[in-house]
Design a protein around this ligand. Structure first.
Ligand code: SF4
Length: 330
């Protein structure tokens, strides 16, 4: 377990976001276009291959793994993968990002299989608007999923809300009050220019974290904290609540200098940076050398010098990265 994954800028990779599917039962307007084509099964890593990738990274010093999608809970037998990864010695933080709609059915099994933390996407508390933002989502199922997650014993559940001007910024305080009332944390995310979404102009809907913070401070003064979840969130506290407020601000407060993460897509592409296309094909290694952990680890180590220094996102609405968010899940 001695090796460390260090890039050319001296940053250590300690966190991997592992996408287990590009598919989803929602079509969120900032993540996908209305009509999507998904990967054929043959191009998708098997659960065994995904588990092997996770093990390789943990043996190379990675402490945190987050399962993402698309929507991870639409992947059949994902519970088995959670059990395999949850059993890895050396893994300190094991989380999942989900739209919550499948938690009613899966929360208890995930918790028992060793999953430690959940991030649940929730951009609106208005059923009609929720349906419009997700194109297919049912708010009631997500709220039931949050309840099921808490009953299953998940602690520090965090909500993720992408704020779009003219779409849901008027609900920021409602979302904070919901999180306070339910004993949840919440992070507000600046939209990232991945994929040519057909629904809106990102230049028009861009809402900075500073604007969101100002909205919240109309009611709750925010106290900055040094708390971290090994991710990009900057956390704040309110004097009268245990709820943490986070901001993920790729545009207004760039966090690339302290980047500690890489992503693996469900087709086995090791993406060194969300905002660039630098990558290595781990699927080729997995299928050319089945079961060969040394070959896989060597490919990961050799990829580190490819990691770019930073993203070059702008807020002018131009699409910087062609791939949609569902290929990496953020
Ligand atoms: S954009 Fe790239 S360099 Fe910046 S924090 Fe994200 S992954 Fe790291």
């Amino acid at each position: 377990m001695g090796h460390q994954l260090i890039d050319n800028f001296g940053r250590q990779v300690r966190y991997v976001r592992l996408s287990v599917t590009d598919r989803c039962d929602f079509r969120c307007v900032y993540c996908m276009s209305e009509e999507m084509t998904f990967l054929p099964r043959a191009q998708v890593l098997t659960l065994e291959e995904l588990a092997m990738v996770a093990r390789a990274f943990v043996e190379l010093g990675v402490e945190k793994i987050r399962l993402t999608g698309g929507e991870p809970l639409v992947r059949r037998n994902v519970g088995q993968l959670v059990a395999d990864i949850g059993a890895l010695p050396g893994l300190k933080d094991f989380a999942m990002t989900t739209n919550g709609a499948g938690l009613g059915k899966h929360a208890r099994q995930l918790r028992e299989a060793g999953l430690q933390r959940l991030n649940i996407s929730l951009d609106s508390l208005d059923p009609t608007r929720f349906r419009r933002l997700t194109r297919t989502g049912d708010l009631e199922r997500v709220l039931a999923g949050i309840r099921a997650a808490r009953e299953a014993g998940f602690e520090r559940i965090k909500l993720n809300a992408v704020v779009l001007k003219g779409r849901n910024e008027d609900e920021v305080l409602d979302l904070v009050d919901f999180a306070r009332g339910e004993g949840l944390d919440i992070s507000f995310i600046e939209e990232m220019p991945l994929g040519d979404v057909s629904d809106h102009s990102r230049a028009e809907t861009y809402c900075s974290s500073d604007e969101v913070q100002a909205l919240i401070e109309q009611r709750y003064p925010l106290l900055p904290t040094t708390e971290s979840s090994l991710g990009p969130s900057r956390y704040f506290r309110m004097g009268d609540s245990d709820t943490r407020i986070g901001f993920i601000s790729p545009h207004s407060h760039n966090f690339c200098a302290s980047c500690n993460r890489v992503r693996v897509t469900v087709e086995g592409r090791l993406l060194l940076c969300l905002g660039n296309e630098h990558s290595v094909d781990l699927r080729a290694v997995l299928r050319r050398h089945p079961g060969d952990m040394a070959a896989l680890k060597e490919a990961i180590i050799q990829a580190m010098p490819l990691k770019p220094e930073r993203h070059h996102f702008t807020t002018d609405g131009d699409v910087q990265v062609v791939r949609f968010m569902n290929t990496t899940g953020g």
